[in-house]
Design a protein around this ligand. Sequence first.
Ligand code: 13P
Ligand code: SF4
Length: 303
Amino acid sequence: MIDDLSLKKKIEALKKSKQAVVLAHYYQRPEIQDLADFVGDSLELSIRASETDAKIIVFCGVTFMAETAAILNPEKKVLIPDVNALCPMAAMLPAELVRVYRKEHQDAKIVLYINTLAEAKAECGAVCTSSNSAEIVNKVDSDLVLFGPDTNLAHYTSNFTKKHLVSIPTFGFCPVHKLFSKESILKLKRIHPDAEVLVHPECDPEVCKVADCVGSTSKMCKRAKESPAKKFIVATEVGLLHKLQDIRKDAVFIPANNEAICVNMKLHTLEKLYLSLKNERYVVKVPAEMAYKARKALEFMLK
Ligand code: 13P
Ligand code: SF4
């Protein structure tokens, strides 16, 4: 068993010798965030993945994020330290189901949240993230939009568009963001009346209603940076608090639920990251035709 300090040194050395870059989502363990070359939300990570000139990308996030990096970089080696880091919400909308909905609504355009499998992305017209969902929905050339898999993001997005959104499937949700309740946030608010409430749009609509700011993980970071408040109640996966505290050392961040942990995101450890770099495993591959179609939908967003 190698200690953390030696692991960190070995990872840094391998990154240099192999011209590798480590991209990490905000929900990663603090020690992984600290070692990453870039930490961001889904949109920023896609942009970074499309711009990097590194030879190897090691993606510390869930598999749909690593797949996105592979789709945008067909000539690069994309690695993920643990292949079991799956997003359960992404699994709620397999490609087969997208095709069924498309048959039922032939006059609609399909916009899919980036939290989908590559096979589903290949079936849609445009991809969006929680940072730009309304912008993308407003850009597609149809007033009827099939939107999935997150019904809560669909609900939030519908506040910013005149278009008719149909949720596909009708039950899609993030099990981590389902753990927040309006009651527990209001209870915390009574204890900390001066705190601002930051909420991710994957939360239920009634939770979003009690927020001072609803947005992606990066939007929450931006709000914390710019707000004069000294206390924040945070309704998203607890990993974000590491970054928030780093951005605002003078502020107090209170998790709206300590148990909001995405176990899949937490599968990556320093040791697995080290082994991933050392043995160049596990390679994330998306079949060429599927990648070509999914890239078009991603490029619509990135444009
Ligand atoms: P962000 O794009 O806001 O980081 O969200 C990703 C995610 O998986 C939220 O659960
Ligand atoms: Fe998926 Fe939810 Fe985990 Fe985000 S927090 S990766 S949506 S399960």
